[in-house]
Design a protein around this ligand. Structure first.
Ligand code: HEM
Length: 362
């Protein structure tokens, strides 16, 4: 690494003049400064800085997925950067407690002068959502409107352009669907897994029939088991799977879902280990973002009760609904429906195990 030519001074390097000069409460324009407005500004700014770092990581992860091939080195980098995002998300989730040290009454001292600014206009937050794969049709609207109506022309054009690009979700789907081992020589994961599922469900039925104490209980349990059989049948049947996608019950392509399942079930196989870490981290990222949404929505209820937001949404009610609806990697959670216990998993043929392992030569 080259040595620096000129001495560096701490505050110049960090541009602290700009950073620390950027907290300018508006309440002082209208009378006495509201003490808590400084906290409100700093907490938002700190979030925006972390959003910036998360976007920096997400864009680099996206670039890797955007390559025609994702080799092990690239996958390692992706896993490493995803872990960094998860650590930042923990911090962001904990940070909700800092803004909660402000009481609702203290907030009311300056709330009205913020209108119509709103979190809806956090371009970086919306950019994170869009890069991840929260498309227009998937996110919930507020009162039949879109947050796009709250943006200025420049921000709106920027995010609309971004929406036209394939998302990280799309790229992850492509990557999983490309996974070569679903069909390997004469081994078909689909067939082998289907037989194992059949065996496991038949075993469940036997246990239900042997242990039922009365007919009503028996019928109820058999009905539950049939629902399970239907779920599995849809996984293996192309047409039924497409129906699930149309009903918005699943978003991943069928091939990607099966690959994710294969990787998750056999994650101890060396070639699957990193891929499994990536899948798990994407699920965790979705979970942590949902936790942030939930904490933010609870904080908003505490601050505003049932008052509407400065951006015109129903406030707490809208935000609470985003925790249910605005999810991207939900399929990695739904996948558990299809998992089998390890003890009933079919053994992989030697040729597949050989291909999935790492070997050192003497
Ligand atoms: C007193 C504190 C806060 C209150 C009362 C509040 C209130 C609200 C409300 C009511 C909304 C819904 C949109 C609207 O109608 O305006 C919203 C959205 C949002 N807020 Fe906050 N907020 C607070 C703090 C924060 C903080 C610290 C952040 C961090 C950046 C933040 C980020 C956001 C984002 C990103 C949205 C858009 C969420 C989405 O559309 O899913 N808010 N906020």
């Amino acid at each position: 690494m080259p040595k620096n030519q000129t001495p560096v001074y701490y505050s110049d390097y960090l541009r602290l003049d700009k950073l620390l000069g950027a907290q300018q409460p508006h309440s002082s324009r209208y009378g006495d400064e509201a003490h808590d407005e400084m906290l409100f500004i700093i907490v938002h700014q700190v979030y925006e800085l972390w959003f910036k770092q998360v976007l920096h990581e997400l864009r680099s992860i996206y670039r890797e997925f955007n390559q025609p091939k994702l080799d092990d080195k690239a996958l390692y980098l992706v896993a490493h950067r995803l872990r960094r995002i998860l650590t930042i998300q923990d911090l962001m989730n904990d940070q909700v407690g800092v803004i909660e040290t402000m009481t609702p009454q203290e907030f009311l001292e300056f709330r009205d002068i913020l209108v119509p600014a709103s979190g809806f206009q956090s371009v970086q937050f919306k950019e994170m959502e869009i890069i991840l794969g929260l498309t227009r049709g998937k996110r919930i609207a507020f009162d039949q409107q879109s947050f796009f109506n709250r943006l200025n022309a420049e921000d709106r054009a920027y995010l609309e352009e971004l929406e036209q690009q394939p998302s990280l979700f799309d790229r992850v789907d492509d990557w999983l669907a490309r996974m070569p081992f679903l069909q390997f020589e004469d081994f078909s994961f689909w067939e082998v897994y289907q037989q194992a599922v059949q065996k496991s469900l038949d075993q469940d039925e036997k246990i239900i029939r042997e242990n039922a104490t009365d007919d009503e209980q028996l019928q109820a349990e058999l009905q539950g088991l049939q629902a399970n059989r239907d779920n599995f049948a849809a996984l293996f049947d192309n047409e039924r799977y497409i129906e699930l996608q149309k009903d918005d019950r699943v978003r991943l392509s069928q091939r990607a879902m099966l690959s994710a399942l294969f990787i998750t079930q056999y994650r101890e196989e060396p070639a699957f280990n990193l891929a499994w870490q990536v899948i798990t981290s994407l699920a965790e990222m979705d979970e942590k973002l949902t936790i942030w949404r939930y904490k933010h929505s609870m904080m908003v209820q505490r601050m505003l009760g049932t008052k509407i937001g400065t951006g015109g949404s129903s406030g707490h009610d809208y935000l609470r609904r985003t925790t249910e609806q605005n999810r991207v990697f939900k399929d990695f959670f739904a996948m558990s429906t299809y998992l089998l216990p390890k003890s009933t998993l079919p053994d992989l043929p030697a040729s597949v195990r050989q291909a999935l392992g790492f070997y050192f030569r003497d």
